[in-house]
Design a protein around this ligand. Structure first.
Ligand SMILES: [Zn+2]
Length: 170
């Protein structure tokens, strides 16, 4: 197990769609283990394989609060099969440095996926779980939450990011 480097915007790999996992191989299991290490070290509540530069449809998340037992979930080839309602939540992303913004999403979703044993599963969520599922599945389709905000906000962020990256490069 190892912590992998989290790729940040505007790296082009974050814009690419990930390919379905055809078989749960040892490689996929070690990707999962590394993603978990990487997410907890960051720390973050969710991570998609794109964010560590692997274009496979694997997401993980853990929405447990501090002091609670960890509740790590991995979904392989997740797909939203049903969505309802509307909610707005302030989102951030490990791949979008130094930014957060309100994003409008479905309030409830139902997702099908495979678990790490390759068995089909279904998951229904609302609140933070629904938002997290949509955010992470977006990653697998090459979409970042900043693609879902107004173009003006995105432009202002890009401008600010340029300054941040310039300072970091010094
Ligand atoms: Zn993200």
């Amino acid at each position: 197990m190892a912590i992998r480097k989290i790729i940040t915007y505007p790296h082009p790999v974050l814009k690419e769609a990930a390919a379905p996992v055809e078989k749960i191989t040892p490689e996929i299991l070690s990707l999962f283990a590394d993603m978990a290490d990487t997410m907890y070290a960051a720390p973050g509540i969710g991570l998609a394989a794109n964010q560590v530069g692997v274009l496979k449809r694997v997401i993980i998340f853990d929405l447990s609060r501090e002091g609670e037992n960890k509740k790590l979930t991995a979904l392989i080839n997740p797909e939203i099969i049903w969505a309802e309602g509307e909610t707005t939540h302030e989102e951030a992303c490990l791949s979008v440095i130094d930014y957060s913004a309100e994003v409008r999403r479905s309030a409830q979703v139902k997702v099908t996926a495979l678990n790490l044993a390759g068995e089909p599963m279904e998951l229904e969520g609302e609140g933070l779980l629904a938002i997290c599922l949509q955010h992470e599945i977006d990653h697998l389709n090459g979409i970042l939450y900043i693609d879902r905000i107004s173009s003006l906000k995105r432009m202002l962020y890009k401008r600010r990011l340029k300054k941040i990256l310039k300072v970091e490069a010094l």
